[in-house]
Structures are given as C-alpha cells and as structure tokens.
Ligand binder design. Structure first.
Ligand SMILES: [Zn+2]
Length: 257
C-alpha cells in the first residue's frame, strides 16, 4: 500500500516482510483487531502497537492487524493527498494489496488442507476432551498441524496428558493458555528424554574408562541428542572409545560438524 511511499520519505522505517505480515494476519485471523472487519471486505494493514517513532520494533508482539479506517495515522496522510494521479496510484496499490491478501488467505486455507486432516482432528478431539468445554477453531487446528510437524504424535498426546492447569486472575482455568502451552510441555518432555538417554550413555562410559568429566559428558550428550544424533550411535561410541580424550574429540567432531 502506501507503505512504499512512506518508506521513501522515512528511510529509517523498516518494511514488514510478507512472511511476518502473514504471521500477524494469521494470528489475528485476518480481522482488524480494532473494529473486527475482515479481509477481503477491507484492506488490512499491519500496525505497530508501539509506534516506530517511539522505538517500536517489527516484532510480532508489537504488530497488530488493522484496517485502513482504524489505522488513523495512515488515513490522515491519505486525506492530504488529493491529486488525481496520486489517487489512481493508490487505488492500483490497493487492488494489488487486496489480491495479495486474498492469495495469503488462500495459501492459509491450502496449508490447512494439506495437513493430514484425520490426525489433526483426532488430536483436536483429544485436546477438547482434556480442555472441556473448549472448542478448537481453524487457527487452533493449524497450530496442531504445525506441532505435528515438529513432534511425534505420541509426544503430543503425552504433552496433552501432562498439561498443568493454568488459571486466570479470577481463578478460572485458562483453557487457551493451556492449549498454547502444549508445545512447551512437549519440548520440556523431549529435553527430559534426551537427558535420561545422556545419563544412560554416561553410565556406559563410566564403567569403561577411568576418567570421565561427568558434567561435560552429560552436557555434550544431551546437546547431541537434542540436535538429532541417534542415541544408538552415541551408545556405540561410548562402548568404543578407549579414554576420555578420544571421547572428547569424537563429541567435538559431532557437535561442531
Ligand atoms: Zn478496523
């Protein structure tokens, strides 16, 4: 939109990339967060909550979806531009923007469709049972689909089982916060698993070689497992090395290469 024109005048303002804009729109479900109007009925902007002039950053937490009308700073500028040419240029930009936003929305829908719908649905059901009477919307579904790309199904289900109650200020269960904490719990569990395996492998080392730096070995092994190195390969390594130096060199190779 007219963001381009602004950039020319104020080179300090960094453009918000399409990817980040898409993330903000998705989070806000393609709705102006001030008046609730949605694309494609209105043209949406990404607005800074804390303005750039006051040090606001292009951080997703500082960005919000706003329609043209609600984004008053920019509408002021629009009003002062009254040459026909300028208006035409703006209309063209607006058209282009609408097209872009429509495409983003379609991409978003495609993204939803492309996932293994059945798995997503069953996870959603499982969560709804746990977080009764919460209902998971489209955005929630796309979150679950994203989590399924990062975690195994079993890891996700475990995390849902392990969810801790989170309460609001009024003492009610904050189901949304609990929902959002699922990937954190899964991550936490995964870390726990990595450390358990690392401890086990360190045990092998300890039985085989005379000197072992307990802390370093645990740290390196945990790190390697978290980076995706196969636990079985690390066990084999622990069974093969003849001394601490060999183990250290091998681990340095794994972690740096
Ligand atoms: Zn609005």
């Amino acid at each position: 939109m007219n963001m381009l024109a602004q950039e020319e005048k104020k080179p300090k303002r960094k453009a918000i990339g399409d990817k980040l804009r898409f993330e903000v729109f998705k989070r806000d479900q393609f709705k102006c967060q001030y008046c609730g109007k949605a694309a494609p009925d209105v043209v949406l902007h990404v607005d800074h909550i804390n303005p750039v002039s006051k040090g606001g950053k292009n951080d997703i937490l500082n960005l919000i979806t706003s329609c043209v009308n609600c984004n008053s700073g920019k509408s002021d500028r629009l009003l002062t531009d009254n040459t026909v040419l300028e208006k035409q240029r703006k209309m063209l930009e607006e058209l282009d923007e609408r097209r872009k936003q429509l495409k983003m929305m379609l991409d978003w829908r495609e993204e939803l469709k492309g996932f293994d719908g059945e798995v997503v649905n069953s996870v959603a059901q499982y969560i709804e049972e746990k977080l009764h009477p919460a209902k998971i919307n489209d955005l929630g579904m796309s979150n679950i689909a994203r989590w399924l790309k990062k975690f195994e199904l079993s890891e996700l289900l475990q995390a849902i089982d392990d969810l801790n109650p989170i309460t609001t200020k009024t003492g009610e269960q904050d189901l949304e916060a609990m929902f959002n904490s699922i990937p954190k719990v899964a991550n936490f569990n995964r870390k726990g698993e990595a450390e358990k395996s690392a401890c086990y492998i360190r045990g092998i080392l300890r039985n085989r070689i005379s000197y072992v730096d307990y802390q370093k070995s645990l740290h390196w092994l945990t790190q390697a497992i978290e980076q995706g190195v196969d636990v079985e390969d690390l066990k084999d390594l622990a069974k093969e090395v003849k001394n601490w130096t060999q183990f250290r060199e091998a681990m340095e190779g794994i972690l740096n290469g």
